[in-house]
Write a protein that binds this ligand. Structure first.
Ligand SMILES: [Zn+2]
Length: 43
């Protein structure tokens, strides 16, 4: 079954930081699964 891209993305849950659970807004560096604050702590 082929799902149209539009519906597929709408069904995706909001991307959350794996550390603090903050919803991450779309960014260029979308490889990370943590929010800016947590990334800063790591680095
Ligand atoms: Zn975080």
């Amino acid at each position: 079954m082929i799902i149209p891209n539009k519906e597929f993305f709408q069904n995706l849950p909001p991307k959350e930081c794996s550390k603090c659970g903050t919803v991450i807004e779309e960014m260029a560096d979308c490889y990370y699964h943590q929010c800016d604050d947590c990334l800063k702590e790591v680095k």
